[in-house]
Ligand binder design. Structure first.
Ligand SMILES: Cc1cc2nc3c(=O)[nH]c(=O)nc-3n(C[C@H](O)[C@H](O)[C@H](O)COP(=O)(O)O)c2cc1C
Length: 374
């Protein structure tokens, strides 16, 4: 191994005591390869098995905590105890060679597909549709519905523990339900769940509190709880970087194992501030990094990219695209074969990369997402 990459292979201990033997994580990526009821399939097991040979931490695809948050068909789920045998198999496949298995917990909120929902209408913080074509107006959640979804997150965390995962990531990013409560676009409430920036934090904070209580009650060995957020929204009003820094300040006091920043480009600065050259990941690290570990992602491909990102002081980085196309990314770097890391997706590589059909269709057809070659 090239000596300048040593920083990647330093071990790391999360605050809960979960330890990993390198600084690279696989970013969560939705697969859409589960059975109709959200149960783990052999295609998913094969995909994860290939990617958990050497990587320190693997985040699974987002897992539905409730049918009321369903976005599409064949989504991975953790919303009932019948799914435990499949979840247990998945955790054990990921952990077989020492990788830590973290499962991402999510609810789609107003972005859920009404046609797939029990009541035929999506739930949201307020009755405000997303700013995208065809978006439906959700039902503003009642107090009872809020309590019920908070409980769904807690029950999902219990199942993750029972299945043998090493941690959960609460999905507060990418426009889904937890972000919807924090956002001034989707949350127009005037009760304890909205009305001010502080009150818009209350729903995510309640989910964190209940998940952590569940861990304290059910986990008999170290178990990590982290939070993923998107630092900004395009909408006006929408979450700004200043809002996020205040939120991060509060998140840093919740006893979390990590804050995971969901951005496409690690080095990109805030969108609203012209000439802002400072990376949003670095801003979050400066705000909270001394109190809670921060994970940064976005456009990192090579070991040089990862070393440079770690140089900002963040302890862990995530690879999404790079791990999809290079399941043995860590081994390539460890054995001095980093020149073999590819950024190209060959049309003939589906089998070799064990990418399930639906995801394959998506990544090879959505223009500009992957660099597809014949
Ligand atoms: C196919 C695909 C599926 C994704 N699904 C999820 C997801 O389920 N949850 C999530 O938080 N982020 C998801 N993301 C975002 C990634 O976790 C990551 O933040 C993003 O791809 C930037 O990192 P990268 O440039 O290394 O890919 C997905 C990304 C891709 C490419």
């Amino acid at each position: 191994m090239n000596k300048s990459y040593e920083a990647l292979f330093a071990s790391f201990r999360f605050p809960s005591g979960v330890t990993v033997d390198n600084r690279v994580t696989m970013a969560p990526m939705t697969l859409m390869a589960s059975a109709a009821n959200g149960e783990v399939t052999d295609d998913e097991l094969a995909y994860y098995e290939l990617r958990s040979r050497g990587i320190g931490t693997l985040f699974t695809s987002s897992a539905l905590v409730s049918q009321s948050g369903k976005l599409g068909e064949n989504l991975f789920a953790i919303d009932n105890d019948d799914l435990l045998p499949g979840l247990t198999k998945l955790a054990s496949v990921i952990r077989k060679n020492g990788t830590k298995a973290f499962i991402q917990l999510f609810h789609g909120g107003r972005l859920s597909n009404p046609a797939l929902l029990p009541g035929g209408q999506a739930l949201g913080a307020s009755a405000v549709a997303a700013e995208r074509e065809g978006a439906a107006v959700p039902k503003a959640m009642t107090e009872a519905e809020i309590e019920s979804v908070v409980d769904d997150f807690a029950q999902a965390a219990r199942r993750a523990i029972e299945a043998g995962f090493d941690g959960v990531e609460i999905h507060g990013a990418n426009g889904f339900l937890l972000q919807q409560f924090f956002s001034p676009h989707s949350n127009r409430r005037e009760d304890k769940w909205g009305g001010t920036l502080e009150k818009r934090m209350n729903f995510p904070l309640e989910v964190i509190r209940r998940v952590k209580d569940t861990v304290a009650k059910h986990a008999s060995s170290p178990f990590a709880v982290g939070y993923r957020l998107s630092p900004e929204e395009n909408e006006n009003p929408g979450i700004t970087m200043a809002d996020t820094l205040r939120f991060v300040d509060v998140l840093a006091e919740q006893g979390l194992d990590f804050i995971h920043v969901s951005v496409d480009r690690f080095w990109a600065g805030p969108r609203r501030e012209e000439n802002s050259a400072k990376s949003r990941v670095v801003m979050i690290q400066e705000q909270a990094g001394g109190r809670v570990p921060v994970i940064g992602v976005g456009g990192l491909w090579t070991p040089e990219d990862v070393v440079q990102a770690l140089g900002t002081g963040i302890p862990l980085v995530g690879l999404g695209h790079a791990m999809l196309l290079n399941p043995d990314w860590i081994e390539k770097v460890r054995s001095g074969r980093e020149a073999e890391i590819t950024t190209l997706l060959s049309r003939s590589s589906q089998k070799e990369l064990r990418i399930p059909d639906k995801m394959w269709g998506m990544i090879t057809n959505v223009p500009g997402w992957f660099n597809v070659v014949d």
